[in-house]
Design a protein around this ligand. Structure first.
Ligand SMILES: NC(=O)c1ccc[n+]([C@@H]2O[C@H](COP(=O)([O-])OP(=O)(O)OC[C@H]3O[C@@H](n4cnc5c(N)ncnc54)[C@H](O)[C@@H]3O)[C@@H](O)[C@H]2O)c1
Ligand SMILES: O=C(O)[C@H](O)COP(=O)(O)O
Length: 591
């Protein structure tokens, strides 16, 4: 029979069996946090196997692994109705990007579905919130197709430059058009890589071998990692204005959505060429059509589209200057074999109750533990989110220290959940990785971020287990130098007041700002009228100020003003604030 854990030490997830193999559906209330369910065999059920539905083609090695432990049902091209009908009989589901695993699927599973395996990186086709609400773990295979995607980027680059696809089509229609398909050379040209992560850096290595001069823009990549590959990190504007070729390798997030738009195309060299093997949404497709028509963009090579498959009359697919492939970046025999093995191992591990390092949703902590920690969990994530936004582009975050001031009576407090939330705050604004208590340490390690923790034990027995949390990021430059020490350490500190997270220190300045909405931090000469001047600029723009707080070192010297705003101020409003003579530094931060 099924047993539900209500563990005394609920954060020790690694010791807990996570998932059942063949269990009766566990009652699960929507909006309740999922709980961990242990498999306990009933007499007569000892040999029963979990059932895995493989809904898209998976490499043989992965299938063999699965079959050693589970009943495997390979059923491709299912309609949504067929998928819903089958899912109620399955413990695990494996898909690629072509199957939409929406809330309806989790609801139709009746609680039996325990793991969804995404055989690839992007999980945009899986409803993670619904998965979590239904207690279903989602795992992916984040590294196995990196090289394949990079190779496809290079294939598109070279094929586009030499008109391979169009000249092949022309020959197949019986023509011999040598003058029409004169290409362009690569050697000595500049390639700008936007997004210097796993795929971007592999593209850079290969492009250098082709004689291209490679520059990259990635606000969160470390300059020394780029230098090791012989690549200079530059600003976004420098990258797009200097480039002869631009290759996109960033995740699709709110800040990268349509990052190549009319404004960006207007800054590019006439005749630039674009390659996209990331996600269709990072390009404004209408703007690209216009740029191709006007000749600003000479050619584009696209593997991904905002809507997949694109409609039959998609202007980009039909454009004569576009080389298009149907999302083939990960589609090599080798990559699909490796992806299949990686995902099969992750799914089987989860079915056996092991901890999945590539989990992308959160197996949650029981409510009673969370209720005490919840305000600090929110504070921890916001401090991480705020600290990383203070880092100047190109610095790269490597070394983070977290200091907890804890009541001496709670000296044994388990801070792993808080560390995970700080990691989530540090990483999620700059990535499409979903960080949770299961994958936080793994994700930080994978990105070369070392997170050390220290405790300061305080006398007395206060009501709250934690007095304050400080996040220090070492060896970086800051966009807001006041936040950093002379040795290049950014420090932010927060406390929970009346259940609400507050920012209480930035660098050596004391502030008191509720961490809700967005925040403008200004360092200024401490003089009368500053609050009014900034307030009226924001008021003119109809930006509602939720609070203002000023901390200073001494009267009439320097002060740090924290201004909470409900809406994002326009660029003009921010520029006007920056232009106030007494303002020495300022930064806008989303919390
Ligand atoms: N076409 C395919 O079949 C295929 C295959 C694999 C991956 N992908 C896609 O390629 C992309 C990159 O994958 P990855 O595995 O290299 O991811 P990754 O997380 O290793 O790298 C992404 C990089 O983008 C950077 N970044 C974030 N915001 C940025 C911004 N505003 N400007 C510039 N850089 C920014 C991050 O700092 C990170 O270094 C993802 O969108 C992924 O879904 C597509
Ligand atoms: O996110 C990914 O891993 C790639 O876009 C590949 O998707 P696919 O598995 O559908 O080819």
């Amino acid at each position: 029979m099924a047993a539900i854990f209500a563990p005394a030490d609920p954060l020790s997830l690694s010791r807990r069996p996570l998932l059942p193999s063949r269990l009766p559906a566990t009652p699960f209330l929507r909006h309740r946090r999922p709980r961990f369910v242990a498999m306990a065999e009933e007499p007569g059920e000892a040999n029963s196997k979990p059932r895995v539905l493989v809904a898209e083609k998976l490499g043989r090695g992965g299938l063999d692994l699965l079959k050693g432990f589970a009943d495997v049902d390979c059923a491709y091209n299912l309609s949504p109705e067929e998928l819903r009908a089958k899912i109620a009989l399955c413990d695990a589901l494996i898909v690629r990007s072509g199957t939409k695993v929406g809330r309806d699927v989790f609801e139709a599973s009746g609680g039996r579905l325990r793991v969804v395996g995404r055989a690839g990186v992007g999980i945009d086709n899986v409803d993670l919130a619904a998965a979590t609400e239904h207690g279903c773990l989602v795992v992916n295979a984040p590294t196995a197709n990196t090289v394949a995607a990079a190779e496809h980027g290079i294939a598109l680059l070279t094929a586009m430059a030499r008109n391979i696809a169009r000249s092949d089509a022309s020959m197949k229609s019986g023509k011999w058009e040598r003058n029409k398909y004169v290409g362009v050379s690569l050697v000595g040209k500049t390639l700008a890589i936007l997004g210097f992560g796993k795929v971007g850096s592999e593209v850079a290595r290969r492009a250098k071998g082709l004689g291209l001069h490679v520059i990259a823009h990635d606000p969160y990549a470390a300059a020394d990692r780029a230098h090791a590959v012989g690549v200079d990190l530059v600003t976004f504007d420098e990258a797009i204005t200097r480039a002869d070729f631009i290759s996109l390798h960033m995740p699709l997030t709110p800040s990268t959505s349509k990052i190549l738009n009319d404004e960006a195309f207007a800054k590019m060299k006439n005749g630039v060429r674009i390659i996209n093997v990331a996600r269709g949404g990072v390009i404004d497709e209408e703007a690209l059509v216009k740029a191709l028509d006007s000749g600003v963009v000479a050619q584009a090579a696209l593997d991904v589209f905002t809507k997949e498959p694109p409609s039959a009359d998609n202007k980009l697919v039909l454009h004569e200057k576009v080389t298009a492939t149907p999302h083939l970046g990960a589609s090599t025999v080798e990559a699909q074999e490796e992806v299949a093995i990686e995902i099969a191992e992750a799914v089987l591990g989860a079915l056996k109750g092991e901890l999945a390092s590539t989990s992308v949703n959160a197996p949650m902590v029981p409510a009673e533990v969370l209720s005490e920690l919840t305000p600090f969990v929110v504070l921890a994530e916001k401090l991480g989110r705020l600290a990383v936004q203070l880092v100047a582009g190109g610095s790269g975050v490597k070394s983070v220290k977290v200091t907890y001031a804890i009541a001496i009576t709670r000296g044994d407090l388990d801070t792993r959940l808080l560390r995970a939330m700080i990691t989530k705050g540090l990483i999620e604004p700059v990535s499409d990785v979903h960080v949770n208590i299961v994958n936080a340490d793994f994700t930080a390690k994978q990105r070369g971020i070392r997170i050390a923790e220290e405790r300061i034990l305080l006398d007395g027995s206060p009501e709250d287990p934690i007095d304050s949390i400080q996040v220090h990021i070492a060896n970086v430059e800051s966009k807001f130098p006041t936040a950093a020490s002379e040795t290049g350490e950014i420090t932010v500190e927060g406390r929970v007041k009346d259940g609400i997270p507050h920012l209480t220190k930035v660098g050596s300045f004391q502030v008191d700002a509720s961490m809700e909405g967005s925040l403008i931090l200004c360092r200024q000469v401490d003089q009368p009228g500053m609050i009014g001047t900034v307030g009226s600029i924001l008021g003119e723009q109809n930006v509602n100020v939720s609070f203002m707080s000023v901390g200073r070192i001494a009267p009439r010297k320097h002060a740090v003003m924290a201004i909470g705003v409900d809406d994002e101020p326009t660029k003009e409003a921010l520029k006007k604030i920056g232009d106030i003579p007494a303002i020495e530094e300022f930064v806008f931060l989303k919390l």
